[in-house]
Design a protein around this ligand. Sequence first.
Ligand code: TXA
Ligand code: MG
Length: 318
Amino acid sequence: MSIISKDIQKAVALLTNEQLVAIPTETVYGLAGNIFSEKAIKSIFSTKKRPFFNPLIVHVPSVDSLEGIVTHIPEKAKLLATAFWPGAMTLVLKKSKKIPDIITAGKDTVAVRVPNHPVTLELLRQLPFPLAAPSANPFGSISPTKPAHVERYFKDDIQMVLDGGACRNGIESTIIGFENEEPIIYRLGALALEEIEAVVGKINIKNKEEISPNAPGMLARHYAPKTRTFLVDDVASEVKKHLGKKIGILVFKQSLENTSLTEVVLSKNGSIQEAASRLYDAMHTLDSKNLDIIIAEKFPESGLGNSINDRLQRATFK
Ligand code: TXA
Ligand code: MG
């Protein structure tokens, strides 16, 4: 029997009972549990096989719910919250004592987000506690953007995927931390840098784990298909280097028109937004076709193109 269901009351009951439920958001599906239940939080880590050093994002229904969760909100964080919540942005703020250390991996900060999905906002409003929710995929693998992706990963481990359809944005939230009251990007994501800078001015990026342990989820190899993946500017010439192999192709807008390849064109009319929303689904699809390799095309380096390139880079074979 399928674990996919639209029944919000059932989700409320399971979560209240310290069980996990996969929840829809506008970015990706999350694997959610009550932040105050040690049992639920431990089972998030064990279900995902996620190392305990990697902290979780706390999801709340509104900015008012941050009261008691964080101790300080910098001025620029207030501006960002007003501009973009509910939305695809996570803020890392000083945590209150109420937040269990297991959520934050012992850090003195906590990541928080008001997601923009009607089903999950309704769920959060009905619950008397916030939800910790990392992306609903095994650690290191491709994030889920459809209920069926989660079901494939976790049908033996959890009782319910709350069905909210396909995720509109399709890649994870942009994570912003604060150092000396100034915002810094810890993870590129669904909210473009340019939009953030329009609100708070020029902002630095520190999303390479090598230079910053701030978002320890940003491992060099992450979001990765099982199939060996390459990221290149010129897909056609890369194809020529791999003759005789079963090749999957992931391109932005222009088809290679080569019938011997398994190809996904992310947006025929060149919409970067549409490409982002279809990216992980395309990776799930190509990864299920028993190909020898996947060759992905690098995106133009502006706006969401940077976020897509970040994920594709982490999906490549190292
Ligand atoms: O769009 C999203 O953000 C999705 C949906 C479900 O909300 N969630 C998500 O969670 O992507 P996850 O666990 O896959 O990624 C959370 C990232 C990790 O890289 C983690 O290291 C970082 O957030 N993070 C969490 N708490 C942090 C903290 N206190 N300081 C710095 N980074 C933190
Ligand atoms: Mg994740």
